[in-house]
Design a protein around this ligand. Structure first.
Ligand SMILES: [Mn+2]
Length: 324
């Protein structure tokens, strides 16, 4: 395991690489996709051979991002000079198959802002005070003196916008606004980004979410909110995983709720998301870690292949302890 690497050294190494694989965490969010696609676009513009990869499918709402259609979900057999991993706190976040296949056999550039980052890369550009990986990528591309095109700027703006909850979360700092302003100067299509991400919704999503919210459970005098979506509920609305987005945040926003948990079933695996309304006092990443997951103090997640009744009581108890 290596320590942090100077950004100038990383810029130099990335400029040298000719064949690059760029990837981000499974179940990618706006920052995972925005930051990795910004890197992919920039490297492509420099004439390098680039493959974009993600183990999961890309949510429909992010299809507008330049380069998203080129993301492959089968790991190429080819060897690469550099594997750029964006927004992954540890190797398991690349996905089960990916982390095993890549192992320690390649040169890995780890670009991330998670406090839990394990510095798993050959080179590590990990800045935990940053709002988003996109912020870090912006500085890296500036260091490399590559042109920030409107496409790249839009990708980076998407990463910042989504990871800061539209500049609302605590992680939003002066530097966040400065970089966002720079991105607008470089032609970021801020309005398009906001429209695609926040101003449209599928009918299945509205119907599924109303049903899930109507059945929300409260624990510990309303300090813990729990939302649940079974496979049957998904099927009855012909909903996809994308349609459940935002549910865990809605539960957290209820008056009196300190932490929220969202449990859903997909492909025989339980996916659990956690949110905290006061991350300095109620750190949900600790709870996620105790179940083998990870994340931030304010937002964390884990997956479980166990039966619901085997982990749910312990999970609720841990959350109750967290808020007492
Ligand atoms: Mn992020």
């Amino acid at each position: 395991m290596t320590k942090a690497t100077e950004i100038s050294k990383i810029a130099e190494e990335l400029l040298k690489a000719q064949k690059c694989l760029v990837l981000s965490h499974y179940n990618p969010d706006g920052d995972a996709l925005g930051s990795s696609l910004a890197v992919a676009n920039a490297l492509q513009n420099l004439g390098k051979e680039v493959v974009s990869y993600n183990e999961s499918h890309i949510p429909e709402k992010y299809h507008f991002l330049p380069g998203s259609k080129q993301i492959v979900s089968t790991l190429p057999e080819a060897s690469f000079d550099m594997i750029v991993v964006c927004d992954c706190g540890d190797v398991s976040r690349m996905g089960d198959l990916t982390s095993v296949k890549l192992g320690n056999h390649s040169t890995i550039l780890n670009i991330d802002h998670h406090i839990s980052n394990t510095n798993f890369g050959t080179y590590n550009l990990v800045e935990t005070e940053r709002s988003s990986t996109a912020e870090i990528v912006y500085n890296l591309l500036s260091e490399m003196k590559v042109e920030i095109t409107p496409d790249i700027a839009s990708c980076l703006f998407t990463g910042i916008l989504t990871d800061t909850g539209s500049f609302r979360y605590q992680c939003t700092g002066v530097e966040t606004f400065n970089i966002a302003a720079e991105l607008l100067k470089f032609g970021a299509r801020a309005q398009e980004v906001a429209h695609e991400i926040y101003e449209r919704r599928s009918r299945a999503s509205v119907l599924l979410c109303s049903s899930a919210l109507a059945n929300m459970k409260f624990h510990k005098d309303g300090k813990v909110a729990e939302v649940f979506v079974s496979k049957e509920m998904m099927d009855s609305f012909s909903a996809t995983a994308d349609d459940t987005e935002g549910l865990v945040e809605e539960a957290r926003a209820v008056d009196g709720v300190l932490v929220s948990v969202f449990i859903r079933e997909q492909d025989g695996i339980w996916r659990i998301s956690l949110r905290s309304s006061d991350p300095d006092h109620y750190d949900v990443s600790q709870v996620a870690s105790s179940f083998g997951g990870g994340g931030h103090k304010a937002a964390a997640a884990f997956r479980s292949k166990r039966a619901l009744e085997d982990f749910r009581p312990a999970l609720i108890e841990k959350l109750e302890q967290l808020v007492s």
